[in-house]
Design a protein around this ligand. Structure first.
Ligand code: ADP
Ligand code: NI
Length: 212
């Protein structure tokens, strides 16, 4: 299993190592770490979870013009590494269904898929989530916030309405993720990360200090 895992990592590295959209190899390795942590506490198939976590972004349609070609490459890789037909089917199912775009709010019945999706979502929140969000916004040349969009209520600065700024992304998605975690273990792991984002936002408003 060790050698097979290394082969999957190598493929993932070659596939995503040059990505600059927040989905590089470091992201997949962090998702793997999160997934392994969740696996310790949940009843699941570790082999499936580990493989799917490593490969989860390797056929994302945001990243690849031809996702089907990527799925084919993944299937060949798994065959070469002695995964059974059923295992391959399940791993491909997970990769297809966990993306934020696709299966974001669809109910997953499969525990292995839930774990990989929770692990991916954990990497979008907390300190690393803040970093990725700011990096993403910068890559699109967006302001972090717009002046018009901060209003003061009872002397406290607050975000006003969703406006496509990077700050909006916290409200549009990141602060919702904690409640979307499906495994008990990920819910616990999300708690501290969620609190950090709330603390970050609170201090951010304090520091920009606009008293209208
Ligand atoms: P996924 O990991 O499911 O592919 P995305 O591609 O939506 O998710 O996000 C990749 C990273 O970029 C995440 O950390 C996400 O929070 C961040 N991101 C996505 N959209 C925005 C946005 N509009 N503003 C800031 N950050 C974003
Ligand atoms: Ni991901």
């Amino acid at each position: 299993m060790e050698k097979e895992t290394e082969n999957l990592k190598k493929f993932m590295f070659e596939t995503l190592g040059k990505d600059n959209s927040g989905h590089n190899h470091q992201h997949s390795l962090r998702v793997l770490c999160n997934a392994e942590e969740i696996c310790k506490k949940e009843k699941c198939n570790n082999k499936i979870v580990i493989a799917a976590a490593i490969l989860h972004d390797c056929a994302d349609k945001k990243l690849f013009k031809n996702p089907d070609e990527q799925y084919q490459k993944i299937e060949n890789l798994l065959i070469k590494n002695n995964f059974s037909k059923n295992e391959i089917e399940e791993i491909l199912y997970i990769i297809k269904n966990i993306s934020f775009n696709e299966g974001n709010f669809t109910k997953l019945e499969n525990i292995n898929a839930k774990i990989v999706r929770d692990a991916d979502r954990l990497d979008a929140i907390g300190a690393i989530g803040i970093v990725r969000t700011i990096e993403f916004g910068c890559s699109k040349n967006r302001l972090f916030y717009s002046d018009a969009n901060i209003k003061t209520v009872n002397n406290v600065n607050q975000f006003n309405v969703s406006d496509g700024s990077t700050l909006s992304h916290f409200y549009d998605k990141l602060l919702k993720l904690k409640d979307l975690m499906e495994t008990k273990t990920a819910k616990k792991m999300a708690d501290e990360r969620h609190k950090l984002m709330e603390k970050f936002l609170k201090q951010f408003y304090n520091e920009i200090e606009r008293k209208d």
